[in-house]
Design a protein around this ligand. Sequence first.
Ligand code: GCO
Length: 431
Amino acid sequence: MAEGDLVFPDGFYWGCAASSHQVEGNCTNNQWWAWEQEGGHIKDGSVSGLACDHYNRFEEDFALARELGQNAHRMSIEWSRVEPEEGRWDQAEVDHYKRVLESMQGNGLTPFVTLHHFTNPLWFEAKGGWSSPDAPELIARYSGHMAKELGDLAPFWLTINEPNVVAGACYVAGVHPPQKRDMALGAQAYRNLLVAHGRMYHAVKESAPHDPKVGIVLNMSFVQPADPDSEEDRQSAELYDRFWNEYFLAGVEKGVISPPVGGGEEAPGLKGTWDVIGLNYYSRTVIRRGSPPVGVEAVPPSEDAERSVMGWEVYPEGLYYCLLRLKRYGIPVYVTENGISTEDDQQRCRYILRHLREVHRAIGDGVDVRSYLHWSLVDNFEWAEGYGQWFGLVAMEPGTLDRKPRASAYMFRDIARTNRVPADLLRHYGL
Ligand code: GCO
């Protein structure tokens, strides 16, 4: 070990994250697939289609992750495969996920299983999706069944990926299916997502054969007022933070549906439904006073700010502040997504190093952080952006879908294998 190396705690998880619809291919029975076929919704005109063909190549991908020094992997179960019609289980698909989890274990990858990552079975969507009052019970039943069938193959179970993005993108901004722009419907969906998380937590804890660690995956942003001296900007930033970050944190900590979604009423069984907190971090959000009815407006990054191909500002210190904010709950924190869409792999290397430095800083300040899962292993279908984004440590050759590790994959390998970020590597990148 050299002076200045960033050494991580023993047993730290180093790996990547992905989701079924974005990598498996042919997830034909969910609302995203249907929406894509309508045309005109996906920025580059693509459809998820065969994606990375991970459904068939998962053994190759997990062997590659092992060769790249990784010891964990986060995946999601495609609900629409295992419960294609309401109440009917497709055992062949359940068995497929058994093989997937066994392959992860066989390659020394500790599985982190996400039960819901943006996609809904068509039958669930037809009932109103997340706006339906039936949503919590329906997804809890699915969660319990998965835990009974697969619970002995995975120690970590994550209920819902980014409920704030689901509520915001699907029901308020209207940029994800079902493309609603309705605040009331958004609030209804956000309430159901929080209640569903609590029900899913108990369903997994009661059904899994061993004591799984169950939690939520939050997409947290470091929220700042455009003008800290402006009362209006500060109030707008606080309102945005309450919706984006605080609502779910307070909801699970206290077991209540807090404003602006509810009136602080208790949700039975919700309080304390987290053994782990998953944190997805990408950037900060600068907020100024906006026009009604929302009254909140995000300020785009300045022209001279470092950005990704997605246009997101590179702001590593925001990860530190998000992690520090989680310290008060006394729950182990897992970085479950962090990454950058870029065609410049050296930018990706620098991004990873700058964010790992913030994780290390947070650990040094007492935050119990236990993983860094990079988004993502292989370039994949980036939702409404299509395939014109590159988040992978590993490039995917168009057509053949062959995997080609980038330099960042090998840099990450050396960090994962040694459980540290060498000082000379930081110096090499001017950090
Ligand atoms: C999300 C999802 C991922 C994205 C990744 C890059 O945050 O939207 O968890 O599915 O692909 O974050 O945008």
